[in-house]
Write a new protein. Structure first.
Length: 355
């Protein structure tokens, strides 16, 4: 198949890991006879420096024409002044709004080799295999904002439609897994959460084969550390999801292992590792590329409908985690390039096995 993929390297280690993701996608295209065209564009701090805009018009145009988007990382101390009128993260929010991607999907499954790196005891992380669905285009991040010398406000607003579409996405996914949805809110305090809970309860009636559980966000934060293996699909609003998914990511032993997909809208899906730009190691070939490579696998599956190819990439990453020298964050000494090369070699072998 033919596909147009926009690559947004971004800031810090973003260009290094994005390059790894592109290399794997090129390998897949060659092995399976696809034609992937890649176009690189600016976002975040890099775009501010070059264009004065964290999502410049040329990037917007490319995004609207793309079949999928592969993103590296955005931000860094250079642009971290909270009073700055233009910030890298504004590019991310603008991109999500532009493409209408309302569901951020973050899978978390522990590999036996890296489980020992988790800060939790082994008995707590055994069997962890969950997926977060975070609502991505509503809530406090997109609400009206005010600021004066004496106070500030951030409006948190949700509509029934916004809640229902992401909750249905969670239930549909749960039907392909262990048939359990946990909906996270703060319904004992917040009106938006009471709306969220009522919509989730109504939607659940359309899925009698899926169990629904409600959790308050503060108790959910505790349960993620005390009994994470009890959860299957967790769905929540934008800010709660932002916080809980970063908390959950440490269960895997490294932020560098976790992929994500932002999907559901009329535009292209956006695929990115959940780690930050890590400017302290940028340019040193120390970055772990596996989160980006697994994000590329999600791109193949969700945006291009290439499930077999995605499975090959995921199997290749499993092989590398099991047998290869890994990057420093995983206790190894390999460079970003070496790990990427190991995945490419494993992809070739897995593709031959699948042929």
């Amino acid at each position: 198949m033919k596909a147009s993929i926009v690559v947004l390297p971004g800031d810090g280690i973003g260009p290094e890991v994005a390059s790894a993701g592109v290399a794997v996608l090129r390998e897949v295209a060659q092995r399976f006879g696809h034609d992937f065209a890649f176009a690189e564009h600016a976002i975040g701090g890099d775009a501010i420096d070059r264009f004065g805009d964290p999502l410049p018009p040329v990037t917007r145009e490319a995004l609207l024409a793309a079949d999928a988007v592969l993103l590296g990382a955005v931000g860094g101390p250079k642009w971290s002044d909270p009073n700055a009128p233009v910030r890298p993260e504004q590019g991310l929010l603008a991109m999500r709004k532009l493409l209408g991607v309302f569901a951020n999907v973050r899978p978390l499954k522990l590999h036996p080799r890296t489980a020992a790196l988790s800060p939790l005891k082994a008995e707590r992380t055994k069997g962890v295999d969950l997926v977060f669905i975070r609502e991505l285009t509503g809530g406090i991040y997109f609400g009206a904002k005010t600021r004066s010398d004496n106070d500030a406000t951030d409006e948190c607003r949700y509509s029934v439609e916004e809640v229902e579409r992401v909750v249905r996405h969670a239930f549909d996914l749960a039907r392909t897994r262990r048939r359990k949805v946990t909906s996270v809110d703060k319904a004992n305090v917040l009106e938006t959460s009471r709306l969220w809970r009522s919509v989730a309860t109504r939607v659940a009636a359309d899925y009698p084969d899926v169990e629904l559980e409600h959790q308050l966000v503060d108790s959910m934060a505790m349960h993620l550390l005390t009994r994470p293996a009890d959860y299957d699909v967790i769905v929540t609003e934008n800010m709660f999801g932002d916080i809980l998914t970063d908390e959950a990511s440490v269960l895997a032993g490294s932020l560098g292992l976790s992929p994500s997909a932002s999907i559901g809208g009329p535009g292209a899906g956006v695929y990115e590792p959940i780690h930050g730009s890590a400017p302290d190691i940028a340019g040193q070939a120390l970055a772990n590329p596996l989160g980006t490579i697994l994000s590329a696998a999600m791109l193949l599956r969700h945006s291009l409908g290439l499930a077999d190819e995605a499975a090959v990439v995921e199997a290749a990453v499993d092989h590398v985690l099991e047998h290869a020298n890994l990057t420093r964050d995983l206790g190894g000494s390999a460079t970003t390039h070496a790990v990427t090369r190991a995945v490419l070699d494993a992809c070739a072998a897995k593709a031959e096995e699948a042929a």
